[in-house]
Design a binder for this molecule. Sequence first.
Ligand SMILES: NC(=O)C1=CN([C@@H]2O[C@H](COP(=O)(O)OP(=O)(O)OC[C@H]3O[C@@H](n4cnc5c(N)ncnc54)[C@H](OP(=O)(O)O)[C@@H]3O)[C@@H](O)[C@H]2O)C=CC1
Ligand SMILES: O=C(O)C1=N[C@H](C(=O)O)C[C@H](O)C1
Length: 277
Amino acid sequence: MSDFQNTDQPNRPGIVVTGASGRMGRMLIGQILADPALRLVGALERPGHDWIGQDVGTAMGGALAGVAVSDDAVGAIAQAQAVIDFTSPAATVAFAELTAQARAVHVIGTTGLEPAHLAALAAAARHAPIIRAGNMSLGVNLLVGLTRKVAAALGTDWDIEVVEAHHRHKVDAPSGTALMLGEAAAEGRGAALDDLRSPAREGITGARAPGSIGFSAIRGGDVVGEHDVIFAADGERIVLRHLATDRAIFARGAIRAAVWGQDKGPGVYDMHDVLGL
Ligand SMILES: NC(=O)C1=CN([C@@H]2O[C@H](COP(=O)(O)OP(=O)(O)OC[C@H]3O[C@@H](n4cnc5c(N)ncnc54)[C@H](OP(=O)(O)O)[C@@H]3O)[C@@H](O)[C@H]2O)C=CC1
Ligand SMILES: O=C(O)C1=N[C@H](C(=O)O)C[C@H](O)C1
């Protein structure tokens, strides 16, 4: 049994998955259908998507699931105890309003959220729990704690750089995970990331600002997600690394969050809360 498995819920939560045909949507639906402790009650896609009206199991190339893909977010979310959402920032904000109205748990994996999106999510979280993380894996959330600790132990003569690599389809940079790691490094230094973040480098950038935190992004092929936090000093370097080789790790974390959130009050939570880290 996986460390994420949670079968001690007396009532199986009804889960709606948004972005059903996406890379994460498919992974989530596969895991929910395979777990007798869970119930898939809705699979959402955009209006006009060619999966609309089809059974989601057969659309994914598998067995009948008994749930038709729908573009009726209002109707689907009204029946949900949890909504798991890996889509786009604009879609996530729209789903947050509906999920709050339904008083359901909203698990958000979507990255690339800007301050206006986060403000809308904070408003929705006044009515129901939101669990949001740029990375839902156990490994990355452990790495966040390690990064904070190492940054706190080292002085500003150690330069901090976060380097990430993802598949060619990813639309946002730096990744949500890279930002989590950068925030942890800044916290370790007793500062906010906004105050330490290096601007993107191109052309004559000038020398590195002491104490700053830099980000670099690589995009190519089918890389699931790779993150290095590099602490570089004169004569030595420490590299903290996480390699994701299977999106199943993100889906397991998100499902665990959906179950964990069932008895929680309104508010914004993250995977540290869920995992008890
Ligand atoms: N926190 C974490 O652990 C992880 C986060 N992510 C993040 O999750 C997000 C999705 O990633 P991924 O699955 O790879 O991306 P995909 O592009 O494969 O999937 C996104 C899905 O969302 C759908 N979608 C977008 N807008 C809407 C809408 N308004 N209504 C309904 N569906 C919509 C897309 O449909 P269409 O194709 O028609 O646009 C697509 O099916 C990204 O932000 C990514 O960074 C990914 C992995 C892990
Ligand atoms: O888009 C992805 O694929 C991923 N996105 C998340 C991020 O932005 O960090 C998490 C993971 O790395 C995969």
